[in-house]
Structure formats: structure tokens, C-alpha cells
Write a protein that binds this ligand. Structure first.
Ligand SMILES: [Zn+2]
Length: 266
């Protein structure tokens, strides 16, 4: 199996060399908002990295070209967008690891508007670049906040910053380069027994770096018919408990994944 992370890591260097620091800085969206609903203030946090060619990392994963249309003469503009499904902040549909599984287009809106549970492993990750969400982290969350809400998404907050990783990459050993936090198989197995619709990570993979390229969590989780989110941003600005997450994903038939606009509302 191709080591996706090694391929990705190699391409990060190329991408970083060809982009200005400003191009990377603009990739994290600061786009939060407050609205009023029935007299109540509602905070909305954008959980999405801005998808630029720099953030797409691998050359060729994202391209855009102008298309001539019948309205071009009248000033109309349109582009042809070519994108690898699993680029930027994105959804992994069950079909990503099971040919018979549901595609992005098969997911219902009930699947995609869910209570958000944030599991903070930042302290653990400070000590271990390959830290994992373990059963003990889930137990600690439930001790503090009560049982996982029905139909929720459980998200890992590790503060793994993809853009900082690019900047660090040149100074890392080959072993270090493969490190990134993720869900442990034991934690995923526990969540499979619960009413949980999806899991989310602020890294590029649901699986921790040490578990690739076997992808044990991708395999068990997606094959159970549930979904995952990768490269989620700004989880530190959402509450650990009490937010609703909206996963904006166009229902494209047969797609195994798709870039999303995810938001936390609370
Ligand atoms: Zn993916």
C-alpha cells in the first residue's frame, strides 16, 4: 500500500518552497460570526481551513481554469474546478473504504447536523507528537460533561497545525515526519458501540501516523457506515460540549469524499 503520508510529506516541501508565507497564513479562516435567533445570541465558529492551492499541499490536487461560456461576451465568468475529493477540510464518506458503502450523495441532512463533542488532547500531544485519543480521554470527557449526546460527532483537538507542520518539515527526521495524532483503534472500537455518527480530527488523517499505512480506524469506522472529517480547523474556539456542528457537503452521487464548510453553532 502506498504510504500516503510519505507522499504527502514529500509534496509539502515542494509546495512550501513555491509559496510565500502569506499564502499559508491566509489558509486559516478567521470567519466567525454572531447572529440573533429568537432573542438569543448564537455564536458560529468556522471549522474550515480556507482551501487555497497552498493548503491543498500536493500539486495537482486542486486546479482551476477559466471556461468560455455563451455569456462570456456579456461579462459572465466561470471556472472549471478540478479537485481530488480528499483535499483541505473534507468529509470521508463510508465509500472511501467500502465499495458498497454510502457515498457523499447518500448522506442525509440528519447525518450532517449533529451535536459536537470536542476531546482535547493538546497536553498529551505536547509530550508525544504521535499522541492518540484513547478510551481514557473519552471517559474523562463523559465524567465531566455526561454521556455522549445521541448522534454526535466526536472531534479530536490536538492543535496539530498543518501549516506549521509544513514549516517544520525540513528539520524533521524521516520518522518524525510520519508522526501525527489520531484516534486509537481502542477508542474507535468503543465509539462504534455508541450512538456516534462521525469522528473528526484536526490532522490530515483519522488514523495516527504510527498506524499508517494500515488505516485501522479508517477501515473499521468507515466500513460501519459512519463518516469522518479531516483537517478540521478552530476546534479550540468551540466548546467541549453543547455545540451543534453543521457539515456543509454538496450531495454528490458516488463521491467518496468532498471538501466541506463545517461550522459549530452554540
Ligand atoms: Zn479523507
Amino acid at each position: 500500500m502506498i504510504d500516503r503520508r510519505a507522499v504527502l510529506a514529500a509534496s509539502l516541501v515542494t509546495a512550501f518552497a513555491s509559496r510565500s508565507p502569506e499564502a499559508f497564513a491566509s489558509a486559516v479562516s478567521p470567519d466567525d460570526a454572531t447572529i440573533k435567533l429568537h432573542g438569543r445570541r448564537l455564536e458560529i465558529v468556522d471549522l474550515t481551513h480556507r482551501l487555497t492551492r497552498a493548503f491543498a499541499f500536493t500539486p495537482g490536487r486542486l486546479s482551476m481554469e477559466a471556461v468560455e461560456g455563451s455569456g462570456t461576451g456579456a461579462g459572465m465568468r466561470l471556472n472549471r474546478l478540478s479537485i481530488v475529493e480528499h483535499t483541505g477540510t473534507h468529509l470521508d464518506a463510508p465509500r472511501h473504504f467500502s465499495p458498497e458503502g454510502r457515498s457523499v450523495g447518500d448522506l442525509s441532512i440528519a447525518d450532517l447536523v449533529v451535536p459536537l463533542v470536542v476531546i482535547d488532547i493538546r497536553a498529551k500531544r505536547q509530550l508525544d507528537r504521535d499522541a492518540q485519543v484513547g478510551p481514557e480521554d473519552l471517559a474523562a470527557w463523559e465524567k465531566k460533561h455526561g454521556s455522549l449526546p445521541a448522534g454526535c460527532c466526536v472531534a479530536m483537538l490536538s492543535a496539530w497545525d498543518p501549516l506549521a507542520e509544513v514549516a517544520r518539515y525540513g528539520s524533521l527526521s524521516p520518522e518524525e515526519r510520519r508522526k501525527s495524532p489520531g484516534f486509537s483503534r481502542a477508542a474507535a472500537d468503543l465509539l462504534l458501540k455508541r450512538d456516534v455518527r462521525g469522528i473528526a480530527v484536526d490532522t490530515l488523517s483519522l488514523d495516527a501516523g504510527r498506524d499508517m499505512p494500515d488505516y485501522p480506524v479508517h477501515r473499521s469506522w468507515l466500513r460501519s457506515g459512519r463518516w469522518g472529517l479531516e483537517a478540521v480547523a478552530n476546534l479550540d474556539r468551540a466548546p467541549a460540549s453543547g455545540a451543534i456542528m453543521f457539515v456543509g457537503a454538496p450531495p454528490i452521487a458516488e463521491a467518496t469524499g468532498i471538501p466541506i464548510r463545517a461550522m459549530a453553532l452554540f
